[in-house]
Design a protein around this ligand. Structure first.
Ligand SMILES: C[S@@+](CC[C@H](N)C(=O)[O-])C[C@H]1O[C@@H](n2cnc3c(N)ncnc32)[C@H](O)[C@@H]1O
Ligand SMILES: [Zn+2]
Length: 295
């Protein structure tokens, strides 16, 4: 069920405030409704579809890619990264003060789950919103984070979120709409971004014929968020993974390369190698603060 207090959402059609209309009786589903009468029913799986209009042309992750991501993350391989994200968010929470977090490109909701478990140790007055364009991902996210409001929407469109309503936006390997994040964040809010560093999964990329990770130089990341955000702090999280061929296949398949890979062929190819392979995951977590708003 969505968290209480009501989420700071606005109608994608008219901009009025959206509120959660609770279940009206047996067989009914909750809905997000605005004062002008627009209504968005919860899908059976618990997320709300706020996609309106044509939106961005987009090759959504397939159900299999989402399943690979779920399996890999659920096994805890990236736990140190999830803990680093949760610590960065929890650092912004004060006991007794309402707190709103929004996870953009939430995927299966894995990181938001760890974040919510952590921030709840400080405050139980927490509102969580999660966005993604993939319905396959949102089905998982809504199951994992039922206390969040999980929304199908396109981050490149105006976000269905009120101005200055969010304390922390998290973006983990997902697209960043700097002007919209700046609009929805409170002036003292923070944007927490995770990106891969050069060399991330290099040995897997070589094996699976994947493109190696683009060199996301700090300057380039900051540039993509300027003039709305300024980097405040950064930390690197390195994880040495020892993986079975199946786990290697999931890891290759869950990323952007999954669109072009045949998972079974890849698993078979990897099976011919030594039983376990070593691969290094190299991340950077950067915390940004809003710059003074451009006039
Ligand atoms: C690499 S995955 C990362 C998911 C999650 N943050 C994680 O790390 O497990 C990128 C996510 O961004 C979502 N995404 C891509 N383009 C999007 C868009 N235009 N609007 C909203 N979500 C988008 C994808 O559906 C996918 O779930
Ligand atoms: Zn409306």
């Amino acid at each position: 069920m969505p968290s209480s207090p009501p989420p700071p959402l606005r109608c994608p059609l008219c901009g009025e405030q959206l509120t959660v209309r609770p279940l009206a009786g047996e067989g009914s589903r909750p809905a997000l409704v605005c004062g002008a009468g627009h209504s968005f029913d919860a899908a059976r799986q618990g997320y709300y579809n706020l996609l309106v209009g044509k939106g961005t042309v987009f090759e959504a992750d397939s159900a299999d890619m989402v399943a690979a991501r779920f399996n890999f993350l659920d096994a805890g391989h990236y736990r140190p990264l999830a803990e680093a994200v949760a610590a960065a968010v929890a650092a912004r929470v004060s006991a007794g003060t309402p707190f709103t977090v929004l996870d953009s490109g939430t995927g299966t909701g894995h990181y938001l789950r760890v974040v919510l478990d952590d921030v709840r140790r400080v405050s139980d007055d927490v509102t969580a919103v999660a966005l993604d364009i993939s319905k396959f991902a949102l089905r998982r996210a809504a199951r994992l984070n039922p206390e969040a409001v999980n929304l199908a929407c396109d981050v490149w469109q105006p976000l269905p979120v009120a101005d200055a309503a969010v304390d922390v936006v998290t973006v983990i390997f997902a697209p960043r709409n700097a002007s919209e994040f700046a609009r929805i964040l409170r002036p003292d809010g923070r944007l927490v971004v995770v990106t891969p560093r050069p060399g991330h999964l290099a040995s897997l990329a070589a094996l699976a014929g994947m493109l190696s990770i683009e060199d996301q130089k700090d300057a380039r990341l900051a540039e993509s968020l300027a003039p709305y955000f300024l980097p405040e702090s950064a930390r690197d999280v390195d994880i040495r993974l020892v993986l079975t061929p199946r786990e290697m296949a999931d890891l290759a398949y869950m990323g952007p390369a999954g669109h072009h890979l045949d998972r079974e062929a890849l698993a078979a190819k990897l099976d011919t190698r030594e039983p376990d392979s070593e691969v290094n995951a190299l991340f950077r977590l950067t915390v940004f603060r809003p710059a003074r708003r451009p006039e």
